[in-house]
Design a binder for this molecule. Sequence first.
Ligand SMILES: *[C@@H]1O[C@H](CO)[C@@H](O)[C@H](O)[C@H]1NC(C)=O
Ligand SMILES: *[C@@H]1O[C@H](CO)[C@@H](O)[C@H](O)[C@H]1NC(C)=O
Ligand SMILES: *[C@@H]1O[C@H](CO)[C@@H](O)[C@H](O)[C@H]1NC(C)=O
Ligand SMILES: *[C@@H]1O[C@H](CO)[C@@H](O)[C@H](O)[C@H]1NC(C)=O
Length: 592
Amino acid sequence: MFSARVFATVFASGAILLVLHGAFESSNSVSVGTEADVRVGGVAKAVELGTIWDQIETTPELKWTDCYTQLQCARLRVPLNYSDPKGAPASIALIRFPSPLAGTDEYKGPILLNPGGPGGSGVQLVVNAGQTLSQLLGPNFDIVSFDPRGVGLSVPRASFFDTNVQREMWGSVFDVLNATSDGLARAWGRAQLTGGLAAKHDQRHVFEHINTENTARDMLEIVEAHGRKKIQYWGFSYGTVLGATFASIFPDRIERLVLDGVVDSENYFATLWSNNLLDTDKTLQTFFDGCFEAGPIACPFYEPSPAAISRKLDDLTRHIFLNPVPVQTNISYGLVDYTLLRLTIFQSLYTPYAAFPLLGRALADLADGDGTLLYQFFEQPPFDCSCGAPAPLQPIRDGQTTILCTDGEEVRDTVKELRPFVDDLVGLSQWGEVWATIRIGCTAWPKQQKKHFRGPFVGNTSHPILWVGNTADPVTPVASAHKMAKGFPGSVVLTQDSPGHCSIAAPSSCSQRYIRDYFIHGTLPKEGIVCPVDSPIFPQPQPRTSVNAESEASQQHLGKGRGPAPSDPEMGDVLERLRKSFRVPSPLWLGI
Ligand SMILES: *[C@@H]1O[C@H](CO)[C@@H](O)[C@H](O)[C@H]1NC(C)=O
Ligand SMILES: *[C@@H]1O[C@H](CO)[C@@H](O)[C@H](O)[C@H]1NC(C)=O
Ligand SMILES: *[C@@H]1O[C@H](CO)[C@@H](O)[C@H](O)[C@H]1NC(C)=O
Ligand SMILES: *[C@@H]1O[C@H](CO)[C@@H](O)[C@H](O)[C@H]1NC(C)=O
């Protein structure tokens, strides 16, 4: 929907964009052609993907082939149905940044990562951030990830449409409920069609196998294919559901498990999506507070109090609702309307350190009638279906719907039955009008046996789990980390005192040192530790130099002037690169 196009976009200068292209419509074929387009700071740089993945054979052992730059790729053969191991196979696309210490005494094996979603591409994660993650965690590890079954380069890949054009025409709309007076009914109606299209495109009945239990089993296969018994894993957001599922099914197979940006797995498997927004309004409040503290030069949307900034945003939102602003850039064109404004602000809450300084400028421009900057947050070239051009691969959108609706309890609510659910969610946070569409999106999901694992989430793990939660995470409140930790004796919750989604959204060398020590030595922080951040969200302009919100110099300047300076500048640099190259995907951009 609005989604994958948006997710794949650069919105902070210097970020890396990876768009995958390919002819992927035969979701069961093992050979897939792709081509990637990596944009760095807005400059497109073509990377030949197609030939790479085309040439990689699916094998029962790991057979690594050099790919991209300094990376290695493989395709692992696993059973599609673990109760029928001799039946049809699935092919899991794997990628790694290999440890430079492989073969030495210091080598500590693979760390497996999942970027979230569900439906996020691990291949994309490692292409964008593999080397940076290796610098963060240490050269002792291979940095390994994979496209979960149903997603991206793995096979089967979930797809509800005959062509990419159809997906683009029908599937790229995202309903923000208050955008129209029939918002809820509209979202529900679209879900009926998506469910119908999914059923129509699942004649071979593979979607039921695209679930989190099976992906957890795939992870064990990946671990064993490395010749190891136990997993070392870092999962973000939905990746914590995957990790908690793994830990509940295979508690004796845990060597290291970091679950970062913790989802309440019970709530997830009940298809409720009802307790994610506990701290969302608090996250937005950090924008108002930060903008006020930064002053009118660093934050042009400034007003003389945080409350006044909040009111100004409400006024602007009401104005835009009635007066959408047309924008034409030399790349594309469109309207900044209520839906785009709300989604852009919501998405900014995931990565305040990258997004808020830019948001402060974009909102000020918009208030002056210029929507260009706001529009450019998620700008993409217009979809082009000209003959012969490779259609963009949507690696995640349909896969995400498939995973979360297949995982969850069946939902068959009518519009009338959904009303109280939506009211409750809107009562919890003003962003309920955005988030509610996730559950609504499953109301017509094809009927299934639902025999896969859905809890309980408990286990005496062979090594204690490290949970990580931020004090103002917009979609995974730290309360969920504490709830989940109860099921796993010995596990510890590390709190990071920051807004943003998952630890890596904010610069905290404190958190990252705990995470690194945990991976290297197995040590856990004491229960109750709260890590500060190294620098504030809004960099201060330096005297006599131009205002550049992204300027490293001004960030360092501020880091020394206010708040605890990063005691490890190298770590600060690595973390900044990670923030620019890796964003935890959000269900909203992936489209439900
Ligand atoms: C998986 O295989 C088992 C054993 O053949 C079978 O009973 C079950 O229905 C299969 N599951 C699905 C979802 O097809
Ligand atoms: C778009 O215009 C800007 C200046 O307004 C220029 O710097 C940029 O290179 C242009 N981009 C393209 C793709 O033409
Ligand atoms: C959306 O509409 C509901 C009423 O249907 C209202 O309670 C809520 O405050 C509105 N949300 C926003 C963000 O305007
Ligand atoms: C974990 O171990 C404790 C103490 O031995 C036991 O009471 C509990 O039932 C175990 N939990 C699980 C999920 O096996």
